[in-house]
Structure formats: structure tokens, C-alpha cells
Design a protein around this ligand. Structure first.
Ligand SMILES: C[S@@+](CC[C@H](N)C(=O)[O-])C[C@H]1O[C@@H](n2cnc3c(N)ncnc32)[C@H](O)[C@@H]1O
Length: 495
């Protein structure tokens, strides 16, 4: 584990498993295609794994295609030859197959993105501080250069999201077991608030945990209350002959302990100020830097690189949305690497964008803006959004993955700030990974919410929750559309 942009609990490596449950309720748009852009009606817009009738995982390469033969060979010849790992282990890690024809065929098809191939992946000069700062895997490997491609990747990004966020599944179950959550719900189904009262747990953490357990298929949500599913009754109740707790324990102690602490009200998010601005906690995580408005350039570059990784495909897809037609000046609040502003400006020649960020983040974002060749129409403005006046003169304010870092009170404050900064007729855009209306899926979104609970002050939202926040600030004409992968765009107008 290493400290990352979502706080102190970002995995370096995770053992993935395909998520297969949790798409209950809500309106499920079609599986994301290569473009990843689909529109849905007025209900909850939650990207499901696949629409009824669609081939599951139709957007995914097969397991074999996904494994690159050159990587297999590098692993075998490189690490094993250096004595790092026995050949048998390397074969397992690399997913060696005797019949590697599909692998070769995929390899021969060439690069997935024009301009991104082996030559560009080779390490550049090691004395470039930017390269060192964004070293990806935290182990001296995986140096990356600033990407310059804003072309749609040929395959969706849900498998990598599923992998990343699978890290919370087992700790959610083992902590629930340890704290007696399954037993208590088996005695009497309860809402998150009731259960929190009964067991002396923190309510927000309880809700996030119950939603993830439901998305995993261990709880059944019904009219706001949760009860154990058969899988939990059979395998997670201690008096069951099929109890699994002895096998599950201790697999991921760091996340287990952190979640147990947060559920028990220790070291969770600090209460926001009475006006809604975030409280400060000195844990050393990025969210404290954001809440205090202080971030140094090294961390800013790390955050920008991480945000670029998880946002670039969604940004490219989002830029195609007709929702931005007619917008001429857009302020990207908390824009991170700037990839949304860059992708939008590249797609829409009539549009000028400004990335509003903390000063060091502006510096980091400028490097991406330059690499994206849109410096003539995308700029930055250094503003601490919690302490300084917001600029005006924009007809749209865009927030991607910003509200999910903060508690509801802080989001209500952000909504009021946005309302005040916009002219009448101006639009607000929120780009977030939405939970379905009951909060209990999709599984990866429920696990993203757990990441926010443990590493930031926030959580993922349902559409009704975002609607409530927007209407509370005075916004109207609330619309939502699925954009890409698990993401949706919610927009509203200032009357
Ligand atoms: C989770 S990142 C999202 C980045 C980007 N919008 C994206 O989706 O890739 C949240 C961003 O909010 C910015 N932010 C946090 N606190 C801020 C503050 N006080 N003032 C301005 N920006 C802030 C952070 O620097 C960070 O880049």
C-alpha cells in the first residue's frame, strides 16, 4: 500500500476478480462500447455490466488477448533469468498458455491506440524530474511519459476499475463478520442507521459497508432495510456448519483495520464546519492537502498522473456528449491533470476551458495541457476553492470526481458556490460514478464509495442524492446521461 490521491489506502497491487453481481434496479444502459457513450432516460443512470440480452463483458478482451506475449516473454526472460522468480511462478503470474495463437494475433493487430506502441513505452531520460515524480507502480518500474493521445481507446476500462476496486471486497466481509453485522441483521433486518445504533457504529460508514455487502450479494436491501442473503446465512454466520470465517480472516489486515476503525468512529472524516467547508485532519493524505489548500509540486504531479490514468478514457468519451453544445466558456473545478478540459477543447473548437486548481496542481496540469496541444484554448487559474473567491464569466462549471471527495454538507456548500458563480442560464455539470438508486451497486461503484469512505471525506452518490443537493442550491432542469464505463454526467441549469 502507498499513500495515494484518495488518501492513505491506495493499493499498489491487488488480486482482481471479476465482479458479477450487484446490478439490481436502476436503469441499465447498454454495455459500454468502444466509444463508451450511451444516453439513458430520466431515471437513475447507472452503467451496468451489461444490459439484459447483451453479451456479458462484450467490451472486454478475452483473458488471453488481454495478456501481451511480449510481456510474458519479458517476464520469463528478464526477471526469471535475473533469478528473481522461478520459471513456474513466472508462468503462473504471466498467465502462460501452451496455445498462444490468440495472443500472437492480438499482438499482431498492433497498438490499441495510434501512436502508443513499444517505442513510446521505452524509458526516457532518467534525469527528467517529471518522469521520476510520476513513477507509476511505486517500485521503480512503470515510468510513464505524459500521454498525448486523446483518441478513444479501442476497449472499455471497466476491467481495470474492477481490478482496482476489488481490494475492498474481502475486508468488508471480514470486518462485518468481526463486528457481528451478519448476526445482528439475521436477528432483525435493519436500516443502516438502526444497525449503527444497535452496534454502536458510525452511521455513514455503516451505510457504505452495507451497500458494498449488498452489491457483493451477501445482503438483500429492501425498502431501506438490509437482511442477510442465503450466501451470508450459510457461509458467514458463526453457528453455521458451512461458516467460512476461519478461512477468510487476515487476508488484507491494513484495509480490515482501517474499515473497522472507521466503522467504530475512530479516525474517520472530521465534521465539516457549520457552513459546510471541510474539517481538517492531519493524516498526511492527499485529502488533507486538499482540505487545507496546501499541496506541493511533487505530490501534485503524483495526483495529476493518477487522475490522468483513471480519467482519460472517460474524458475522451465525455467530450462527445451533446450536453456541451452551446457552452463557450467552461470552468473545470478541481480539474486534476486537466484531461477533461483538454479533451473537451480538442473536440469542440468553439470552447475555451479553464482548469481551476490549487497552485501546484495548476503547474502539473499545465504540462498536460501543453502535451495535449491546446494551450491556446485551455488555461489554469490557481484558486483554493474553499478559501478564495471563485472566478466568474463562465457559462458552465464542471466537476469530475470532486464532489465524491467530500461529505454532503461540503457538497451542499460547493453547490451554493457554483450557483453564485454562474450567470442565469448557466449550467453545472457533475461527472461521477453513480450508485443505482438503492445505493447497492454496481459493485465497482459501491467499492469506489468504500475507497472514498476510507481515503477521503466523501462517498459515491445516487442520482436522487445529487438531485437533492442541486435542487437545494436552487438548480433546476436536472438531467443525467451515462458517459463511459461506470460514469455518468448529471447537469442542471441556474434559472
Ligand atoms: C479526485 S481529484 C479529480 C480530478 C479530476 N477532476 C478528475 O476527475 O480526474 C480532485 C481534485 O480536486 C482538487 N482540489 C481539492 N481541493 C481543492 C481546493 N481546496 N481547491 C482547488 N482544488 C482542489 C484536487 O487538487 C484534485 O485535483
Amino acid at each position: 500500500m502507498q499513500e495515494g490521491p484518495h488518501g492513505g489506502l491506495e493499493p499498489l497491487q491487488a488480486r482482481g476478480r471479476q465482479a458479477g453481481k450487484g446490478d439490481r434496479g436502476g436503469v441499465l444502459p447498454a454495455a459500454p462500447d468502444a466509444a463508451g457513450l450511451g444516453r439513458a432516460g430520466g431515471g437513475a443512470v447507472v452503467p451496468g455490466r451489461h444490459a439484459p440480452g447483451a453479451a456479458p463483458h462484450a467490451d472486454r478482451p478475452s483473458g488471453r488477448q488481454a495478456r501481451h506475449p511480449a510481456a510474458v516473454q519479458r517476464l520469463r526472460q528478464g526477471r526469471a533469468a535475473r533469478g528473481g522468480l522461478p520459471h513456474r511462478a513466472v508462468r503462473q503470474v504471466a498467465g502462460h498458455r501452451h496455445d498462444d495463437r490468440p495472443l500472437r494475433a492480438a499482438h499482431e493487430r498492433g497498438p490499441l491506440v495510434p501512436g502508443v506502441g513499444p517505442a513510446r513505452q521505452s524509458p526516457g531520460p532518467v534525469d527528467d524530474p517529471r518522469r521520476l515524480a510520476v513513477s507509476g507502480l511505486g517500485q521503480g518500474e512503470g515510468m510513464s511519459t505524459l500521454p498525448t493521445s486523446y483518441e478513444m481507446p479501442s476497449s472499455g476500462d471497466t476491467p481495470i476499475w474492477d481490478l482496482w476496486l476489488s481490494i475492498h471486497y474481502q475486508p468488508a466481509v471480514t470486518v462485518a463478520d468481526e463486528l457481528g453485522i451478519f448476526a445482528a441483521l439475521n436477528e432483525a433486518p435493519a436500516s443502516a442507521d438502526d444497525l449503527a445504533r444497535r452496534l454502536g457504529l458510525e452511521p455513514r460508514a455503516t451505510l457504505t459497508t452495507l451497500r458494498l455487502l449488498a452489491a457483493l450479494g451477501f445482503l438483500i436491501p429492501h425498502e431501506g432495510r438490509f437482511q442477510p442473503a442465503d450466501a451470508a446465512r450459510l457461509y458467514l454466520l458463526r453457528d453455521s456448519p458451512y461458516y467460512w470465517g476461519y478461512m477468510l480472516g487476515g487476508r488484507n489486515p491494513t484495509i480490515h483495520e482501517r474499515l473497522r476503525d472507521v466503522l467504530q468512529g475512530k479516525n474517520g472524516a472530521p465534521r465539516p464546519d457549520p457552513d459546510g467547508r471541510p474539517g481538517l485532519r492531519r493524516s498526511g493524505g492527499s485529502v488533507d492537502a486538499w482540505a487545507s489548500g496546501q499541496i506541493d509540486l511533487e505530490r501534485a504531479r503524483r495526483v495529476a498522473a493518477a487522475m490522468q490514468s483513471h480519467s482519460l478514457p472517460a474524458a475522451i468519451a465525455l467530450a462527445r456528449s451533446p450536453a456541451f453544445a452551446g457552452v463557450s466558456r467552461l470552468l473545470d473545478v478541481g480539474g486534476g491533470s486537466g484531461c477533461y478540459a483538454i479533451a473537451l477543447a480538442r473536440r469542440r473548437p468553439e470552447l475555451r476551458c479553464t482548469v481551476m486548481e490549487l497552485p501546484a496542481m495548476c503547474e502539473a496540469a499545465s504540462e498536460y495541457i501543453e502535451a495535449g496541444e491546446v494551450s491556446d484554448r485551455v488555461d489554469t487559474v490557481a484558486v483554493d476553492m474553499f478559501r478564495e473567491p471563485w472566478p466568474t464569466g463562465y457559462d458552465a462549471l464542471f466537476f469530475s470526481n470532486v464532489w465524491h471527495d467530500w461529505q454532503f454538507e461540503t457538497c451542499a456548500w460547493l453547490a451554493r458556490q457554483a450557483f453564485d458563480a454562474l450567470p442565469s442560464g448557466g449550467r453545472i455539470f457533475l461527472h461521477e460514478m453513480l450508485l443505482q438508486d438503492d445505493g447497492c451497486g454496481p459493485l465497482t461503484a459501491a467499492s469506489f464509495s468504500m475507497l472514498m469512505l476510507l481515503g477521503t471525506q466523501g462517498q459515491q452518490f445516487t442520482l436522487p442524492e445529487l438531485r437533492g443537493l442541486l435542487e437545494g442550491a436552487g438548480f433546476a432542469e436536472i438531467e443525467a446521461e451515462h458517459t463511459y464505463g461506470y460514469y455518468s454526467l448529471v447537469s442542471a441549469a441556474k434559472p
